[in-house]
Design a protein around this ligand. Structure first.
Ligand SMILES: [Mn+2]
Length: 548
C-alpha cells in the first residue's frame, strides 16, 4: 500500500463533490495501489447529509489543510528510556539503533528529558577533571547489570552508593577511606575485604571473576554488606561502574517538544537546536519523535482533486502538496504540477458520471451504498437532467446506478431536492455560502452562489435580506461582484441577484436589470456554462469603467 492520499472535493462541497470523493477513494483502494482517504473541507449540506444517512455511508474526514504536520513525519512509536535506566543500557540502545538521541521518560511514560551521545562525551571529560574519591550515584540493579555481575551477598541496608574507590592501597590507607556510603572495587585481597567489612563499608565489588573466601562471605552476611562479583578486571569494572549511573544524572531536562498536529514548518527550527524533537500529548506522554534525518526529504501531502481543479476553490496548503490526479467536469484553469499526473476531465453533468466510467473501465464492482451516493451526486449536479450541462451519459450512468442501489431514480431525486430546497428557516448567510464558489481573475475576485429550490417564492420573500448579506460579504471578502443564482426547479427558471457592478454584470449577461439588482432568465442556468465563462467579460467591463 502506498503513502496516504487525500481525495478531496472543492471548498463548500456539494453533493457531487462529496459523493465523488468517497466513490473515487473506494475505487483507488480497490485497485490496491493507493491508501486513499476521502476528505472534505467544509460542512456537509443538508441534502448531502440526507444522502449519506440514507445509504449509511460515513462522511469524509474533515481536514483543515494539506500542509505537512508533525504526525506526517514523526517516527511512532518511539523507543524511550526510563530515567532510572543505566547509561550502559541507554548507550547500547543509541548505538544499536544508530539513534542520535532518545527521550527519557518516567514510570508513567511522561517526558522528563533527553539523552544523546554527546552527553556521554561530556561525562567522560568531566570525570577526568575530578580528583579524590569518585562521586558516582549507583544503584544495585544497574551495577549488577552493567557489570554482568553476580550478587554474592545482598545486604539488607542501602542499595545505593555515591562514593566509589579502588582498594589498591595499604590497610592503613584503606581505613581512612572506608565509610557507610562507599562501594569498594578490589581483587582477591581477603585481608582488605575483611577489614573494610569490619569498618562498616556498604558494598564491595570483587573484580576479575575471582573467588571470595568462605569466611569473607560469612562476615559480609553478618555485617549486612553487599558483595558483588564482577567478571571484568578492575580497570574495566570501574569504567562499567561509570556507565551504571541512572541516565537522569546526565540527561538534559530542558527539551524542546512538539505536538502531533503542529505544522512541520513551525517545528523545523527546533531541529536546528536538537538532533531530535519528542512529540508529546497533552499529558506529556511521548507518542513519537522527529529526527533531523526525517525531514531532509521534503515531505509533501499527496492529494487527488475531484469535482474541481482551481486553486481558489481547493484545499488550503495545496501549493505545498503533490497533486496526484484530477477527476473533474469543470473548465481547466490554473492548475500546474511538477510531475506528470493522471487527469480525467470530461464535459459531463457530474463528476460521479466520470467516476462511474472509471469503475467500469477498471472492472471494479460498485458497492450498493456507493452506487446510491454516486446516483445522488449525478441527480443533484444535473438537477435531475434539467441542467444544460446534463448529457445522455449522465442519464445512462444514473439508470445503471439506480438499479444497482435498488432505488427509484426519480423518488431519490425528489427526496434530495426536497432536503436541499428546504430554505425555510435558513439564515441568508447559510443560504449564500451553502453552494458557493470564489473566482479570482487577476486583481478582481468574484463570489458566485447558487440556491436550488422548488419553493422560489420563499427565496423571493428573503430577497432584501439576501442582498444585504451579499453586500456585507462582498465588503468583507473584497469581491468586485457577488452573484446569487436562484434556480427555480419547479418552474424551470432562474433569477440572478447581483451586488456590486450590477450594470456591468447585466450587460455581460445580456439581460435587463430589474430593481437595480435582479436579472431574470427562462430555463435553468448553469454556473459553469453560462456564468463563469462570462466573468472575464464582466472583469473587463469593470476595469474599463475604472479607467474611464
Ligand atoms: Mn460537480
Amino acid at each position: 500500500m502506498g503513502r496516504r492520499l487525500y481525495v478531496v472535493g472543492h471548498k463548500f462541497p456539494d453533493t457531487d463533490a462529496i459523493s465523488a470523493c468517497i466513490a473515487y477513494s473506494h475505487l483507488l483502494n480497490q485497485m490496491g495501489s493507493e491508501n486513499a482517504v476521502a476528505a472534505r473541507q467544509g460542512e456537509l449540506r443538508r441534502e448531502t447529509e440526507y444522502l449519506l444517512k440514507r445509504f449509511n455511508v460515513p462522511e469524509p474526514l474533515y481536514i483543515r489543510d494539506v500542509k505537512v504536520r508533525v504526525d506526517d513525519v514523526m517516527s511512532s512509536p518511539s523507543p524511550t528510556v526510563n530515567r532510572e535506566d543505566s547509561l550502559y543500557d541507554v548507550g547500547r540502545l543509541l548505538q544499536e539503533r544508530s539513534l542520535p538521541a532518545l527521550p527519557v521518560v518516567d514510570d508513567d511514560g511522561r517526558l522528563r528529558g533527553m539523552i544523546q551521545m554527546e552527553d556521554f562525551a561530556t561525562l567522560f571529560m568531566d570525570r577526568l577533571g575530578l580528583s579524590g574519591s569518585e562521586e558516582i550515584p549507583l544503584n544495585l540493579e544497574n551495577v549488577v547489570r552493567a557489570l554482568g555481575g553476580r550478587v554474592l551477598v545482598e545486604g539488607k541496608g542501602r542499595k545505593q552508593w555515591e562514593k566509589v574507590f579502588v582498594g589498591a592501597m595499604s590497610l592503613e590507607s584503606l581505613e581512612r577511606r572506608v565509610d557507610a556510603d562507599s562501594l569498594m572495587v578490589i581483587g582477591d585481597r581477603s585481608d582488605a575485604q575483611k577489614r573494610a567489612i569490619e569498618l562498616g563499608i556498604s558494598a564491595i565489588v570483587v573484580s576479575g571473576g575471582l573467588g571470595v573466601e568462605q569466611d569473607v562471605l560469612e562476615l559480609a552476611r553478618q555485617k549486612d554488606v553487599t558483595l558483588i562479583s564482577s567478571r571484568h578486571h578492575t580497570f574495566k569494572t570501574v569504567q562499567m561502574l561509570n556507565l551504571s549511573i541512572p541516565v537522569r544524572h546526565i540527561m538534559k531536562s530542558e527539551v524542546l517538544t512538539a505536538e502531533e498536529d503542529e505544522l512541520l514548518e513551525d517545528v523545523r527550527p527546533l531541529l536546528a537546536r536538537q538532533p531530535m524533537v519528542p512529540v508529546i500529548d497533552p499529558d506529556r506522554k511521548v507518542i513519537g519523535v522527529i529526527y533531523r534525518s526525517g525531514i531532509l526529504r521534503p515531505a509533501r501531502q499527496r492529494v487527488a482533486l475531484v469535482d474541481h481543479n482551481e486553486r481558489s476553490q481547493s484545499v488550503e496548503g495545496l501549493e505545498e502538496a503533490e497533486i496526484v490526479s484530477i477527476i473533474d467536469h469543470h473548465r481547466i484553469y490554473d492548475v500546474r504540477t511538477d510531475a506528470p499526473i493522471y487527469v480525467r476531465c470530461e464535459p459531463l453533468g457530474s463528476s460521479n458520471t466520470i467516476v462511474y466510467k472509471l469503475y467500469r473501465e477498471n472492472m471494479i464492482q460498485i458497492p450498493r451504498p456507493i452506487a446510491g451516493i454516486m446516483l445522488g451526486g449525478i441527480l443533484t449536479d444535473t438537477l435531475i437532467f434539467k441542467s444544460p450541462t446534463s448529457t445522455q451519459e449522465d442519464r445512462r450512468a444514473a439508470e445503471v446506478l439506480a438499479e444497482r442501489a435498488g432505488v427509484d431514480l426519480y423518488e431519490l431525486g425528489a427526496s434530495i431536492l426536497a432536503a436541499a430546497s428546504d430554505v425555510a428557516g435558513k439564515p441568508p448567510k447559510q443560504l449564500l455560502l451553502g453552494d458557493f464558489k470564489e473566482f479570482a481573475l487577476g486583481s478582481l475576485r468574484f463570489g458566485v452562489a447558487t440556491v436550488e429550490t422548488v419553493n422560489a417564492s420563499a427565496v423571493s420573500a428573503m430577497r432584501a435580506d439576501l442582498l444585504a448579506e451579499m453586500s456585507r460579504l462582498r465588503e468583507e471578502r473584497q469581491y468586485a461582484s457577488f452573484l446569487l443564482m436562484v434556480l427555480d426547479i419547479a418552474h424551470e427558471q432562474t433569477e440572478v441577484l447581483v451586488d456590486g457592478h450590477e450594470r456591468e454584470v447585466a450587460e455581460a449577461l445580456g439581460r435587463k436589470l430589474e430593481d437595480g439588482h435582479r436579472l431574470e432568465f427562462p430555463g435553468i442556468l448553469s454556473r459553469k456554462k453560462q456564468i463563469i465563462p462570462l466573468l472575464p467579460t464582466i472583469r473587463d467591463a469593470i476595469l474599463a469603467g475604472q479607467r474611464a
